[in-house]
Design a protein around this ligand. Structure first.
Ligand SMILES: [Zn+2]
Length: 251
């Protein structure tokens, strides 16, 4: 397997929305990634699809006129278009066979509409919660042309790729274990853990269900130890600088 961390711009917001009690009053530019995994059988899997490319020319595309417009401010350059990033890797949207959405927030499912040929994997409980719910902007993912396979719990979807239940950020949020041959195990946390600070400061107050989020965060921490896994946090600016980004990759 080969995995690419694909940068898709930043979402700029107050620190309190990430880790309350750590840097209150400061602004933070949160990196928004997608992950491309080339499976051993040659199929292409994406984990999350980032923020919609509409934000490149219209940062208010999602939240205009809502109270979130001031709090979540997307900043995307032309090359932060997922289709453009994939093109750099000679992958077309029609080459994507599978997509796992950790959850269906606008910064994780924003480009689902690009992948009409793919099968999408989302937890059933999460999908039902997000459908018709304005905090999960449906225009990006609740589309008749897209093929969703709804999951009921944890499973190994492909050899070396497993989904883990990590609720708290949202009902039936899922994280993804990817077992790379040379790099070792990595876990795409999604928003179960936004940044290292959530763990270091035991700060879960910005999550929808803080108590459940703390349990999920501790579960991932335990898995990291037991399985010698590297945790890839959802939106950690410091961590984003540490890791190679596409077109470099991990095997
Ligand atoms: Zn997010």
């Amino acid at each position: 397997m080969e995995m690419f961390i694909i940068p898709l711009g930043t979402c700029n917001c107050p620190y309190e929305t990430v880790a309350p009690g750590v840097n209150d009053g400061q602004l933070v530019k949160l990196p928004v990634p997608s992950y491309l995994v080339k499976l051993d059988d040659g199929k292409n899997l994406l984990i999350d699809t980032g923020m919609s490319r509409l934000h490149i020319t219209d940062p208010d595309a999602t939240w205009r006129g809502t109270e979130l417009a001031e709090i979540l401010v997307p900043e995307m350059a032309p090359e932060d278009n997922l289709a453009v990033r994939l093109q750099e890797l000679e992958v077309r949207p029609t080459d994507i066979d599978y997509v796992i959405n950790t959850h269906l927030h606008f910064d994780h499912a924003g480009n689902n509409d690009l992948f009409e040929r793919a099968k999408f994997f989302v937890q059933r409980e999460h999908y039902d919660f997000a459908r018709g719910n304005a905090t999960f902007p449906n225009q990006y993912w609740n589309l008749p042309k897209l093929d969703y396979e709804l999951l009921d719990g944890e499973s190994e979807l492909f050899p070396g790729v497993e989904v883990l239940l990590t609720p708290g950020h949202a009902p039936a949020h899922q994280s993804v274990m990817v077992r790379l041959q040379e790099t070792g195990n990595v876990v795409v946390c999604g928003d179960a853990i936004y940044t290292q600070e959530n763990l270091d400061f035991d700060s879960w107050g910005s999550q929808a269900d803080p108590e459940t989020a703390k349990i999920s965060g501790e579960k991932l921490k335990r898995i990291a130890v037991e399985e010698s896994a590297t945790l890839l946090f959802g939106h950690d600016p410091a961590q984003a600088k540490q890791f190679h980004r596409s077109p470099q990759s991990y095997r």
